[in-house]
Design a binder for this molecule. Structure first.
Ligand code: X2X
Length: 341
């Protein structure tokens, strides 16, 4: 009996001395993942998926819990990046828009009419521009792992169909993020007001604001037509990628093997997320658009010729922000888009 006890004690001691086991002892019981949206939004689906894949790939050593509604920063999504740097948040899947107040280069994706189609988004995120932005983020206390996508931000409002910049005149439009959005909408003659997503929904339902811009998956899942948003214009002016990141100290606390597991899980979850975010809004598959129309929404799709006056009206904002973001980076992005396959 005594010898069996001694044997177990010896085994326990040996286990403690294994490098993997010693590290696991430092792991937190729960890692906090921040997102703006939970399920059923593609964004939230990908958060759960990342957590699930990490659990699987690390044999349960890393346990991630998603906190949607940017609840770790009381819903103030433009503070998410700062909280991530400070370690209040361990991991995040964040929109470039929400982090652009702290990382000015991320405003690149919010430059009006820079990315004409999904291939243009891919040319940036999957090319040298994306790699440079990841290098930059890596200098800001986070480890960037993968690019996901929120999507093209189409404009809706409760007042009238938008076909020309004139139709935007005087409309109160909710925006989020950096001053770039305020300047874009001001240039278009609208009356932009900045607020979080949490505040946007009551503001839309009471009519405190007339309109908003968001990807169709959000427009649909957040039931914006039931909040009076019956006019929707597909103008493809801006699309925001999502970035999967881990706080750098948290990352450093994990074994090499677990770091690679978290990275592989992020890459896979992000890839699946982009596919979900792009579903149902193309010519080949317009099922989501059909469902939106079935809710009594009048959908206007602008041709390239119809987009031209919007582009012209916002050109000065584009040029000004190119300087702020960095002329070289913007040039590189424009070239990558011109050469997209
Ligand atoms: O607040 C928004 O509009 C949203 C949900 O799309 C972002 O977080 C950028």
């Amino acid at each position: 009996m005594k010898s069996v006890k001694a044997l177990f004690a010896g085994l326990a001691l040996a286990a403690l001395m294994l490098p993997g086991a010693a590290m696991a002892a430092d792991y937190k019981a729960e890692y906090k993942l921040s997102t703006v949206l939970g399920k059923p939004f593609p964004w939230g689906v990908s958060g759960d998926r990342w957590a699930e894949l990490v659990k699987e790939k690390t044999n349960g050593r890393i346990n991630i819990k998603m906190y949607p509604g940017t609840s770790l920063v009381n819903g103030d999504q433009t503070k998410e990046f700062t909280a991530l740097r400070q370690g209040v948040i361990d991991l995040a899947i964040g929109s470039t828009i929400n982090w652009s107040p702290q990382v000015k280069e991320l405003n690149l994706f919010s430059m009006p009419f820079l990315m004409p189609d999904e291939k243009a988004i891919d040319a940036l995120t999957q090319g040298t521009v994306g790699a440079k932005l990841f290098e930059l983020l890596a200098t800001k206390d986070v480890v960037p792992l993968a690019w996901g996508e929120n999507g093209y931000r189409e404009i809706s409002n409760s007042k009238r169909p938008i076909r020309t910049p004139d139709d935007l005149k005087g409309l109160k439009i909710r925006v989020v993020g950096s001053p770039l959005f305020l300047e874009t909408y001001t240039a278009l003659g609208a009356n932009p007001t900045q607020m979080s997503w949490a505040d946007a929904q009551p503001a839309l339902s009471t009519g405190a604001v007339d309109g908003q811009e968001n990807p169709l998956a959000i427009f649909y899942a957040a039931k914006l037509p039931s909040l009076g948003q019956k006019n929707l214009t597909l103008w493809g002016y801006v699309a925001d990628p999502l970035i999967f990141v881990v706080n750098k100290d948290v990352w450093a606390s994990w074994s090499k093997e677990d770091q690679e597991a978290v990275r592989a899980a992020a890459v896979q979850a992000a890839k699946e997320e982009v596919a979900i975010a792009r579903k149902g809004i193309t010519a080949a598959d317009d099922s989501l658009l059909k469902e939106i129309q079935a809710q009594g929404v009048e959908v206007v799709k602008l041709s390239d010729a119809e987009k031209a006056p919007f582009k012209k009206a916002t050109q000065a904002v584009y040029d000004k922000w190119a300087k702020t973001i960095g002329p070289d980076l913007v040039k590189e992005a424009e070239t990558a888009i011109a050469n997209r396959k």
